[in-house]
Design a protein around this ligand. Sequence first.
Ligand code: ADE
Length: 367
Amino acid sequence: MAAEQGQILVIATAAVGGFTLLVILTLFFLITGRCQWYIKAKMKSEEKRRNHLQNGHLRFPGIKTYIDPDTYEDPSLAVHEFAKEIDPSRIRIERVIGAGEFGEVCSGRLKTPGKREIPVAIKTLKGGHMDRQRRDFLREASIMGQFDHPNIIRLEGVVTKSRPVMIVVEYMENGSLDSFLRKHDGHFTVIQLVGMLRGIASGMKYLSDMGYVHRDLAARNILVNSNLVCKVSDFGLSRVLEDDPEAAYTTTGGKIPIRWTAPEAIAYRKFSSASDAWSYGIVMWEVMSYGERPYWEMSNQDVILSIEEGYRLPAPMGCPASLHQLMLHCWQKERNHRPKFTDIVSFLDKLIRNPSALHTLVEDILV
Ligand code: ADE
């Protein structure tokens, strides 16, 4: 009997011991497993956060983001990341069509094996340049090479391995939008003008989706092809403003095209897609007035003061009221109240589909 009790005691002790060990082991695996799961989840969310933020801009999955070439330690690596090197034997320069800050702009032809020749514009970097000038010159190609949109000027490639250094882009037969409109004053239907504006807005929507802020959106920086398609050009951040004859020095030392620039960008350099939307409103006004100078011959200082007091450009002659309303919307002091480029594109699309909304002119409302 005593032996039997002893056996039961041994079995019971072993069972309790085994069970306790099992509980301890289970708890250990649960806790360490959970820890690992927690660590993994935290790493994932950090990775996600990083993926959603680039150049300080919110990224959206599936949409490519612009990379600032200045974030490369060696900017000459950036240009080859985003631009194809072209063998100069494929380029035929035909004539000089303009002068840029860095050298001549020429028209010509580019031959690609197996494809037919295409007309191109060739920007050259004049000889005797410094490393800094070469870097600033090629920055534009590093930016342009990241874009692929029908309303953004297309980069064909660069020549960097021989002299002169060149940037080769698609040729735009009608040149810059401001001079094109001045040359053809009153020649287009409102629908044609709205079509041009729609193209520019679509290019700007693409740029803002990529997190790129243009800072110098103006009709002089839009190019027009033979089909009246308008494309945004002149990229290069600070360089763009150095090169722009309209850009003036502010009291704080910045160089800014005052008439095209939002008040917060002039006052404290707050450039954003919302300040680009202000400039877009000015481009609308330039287009509807066939290349008139915004604020006419007013001085920069008077423009700044008038805007501060609430003055806004009136509708150009023959401008539909709905378009002037959109301009005024772009010129709201509070930048978050301005329309997004996506809103502008859909608004203009609706106008194109239902042109009856374009029949009310501002002068019809005023009389
Ligand atoms: N002037 C500057 N760039 C040009 C281009 N791509 N086409 C025509 N003229 C231009």
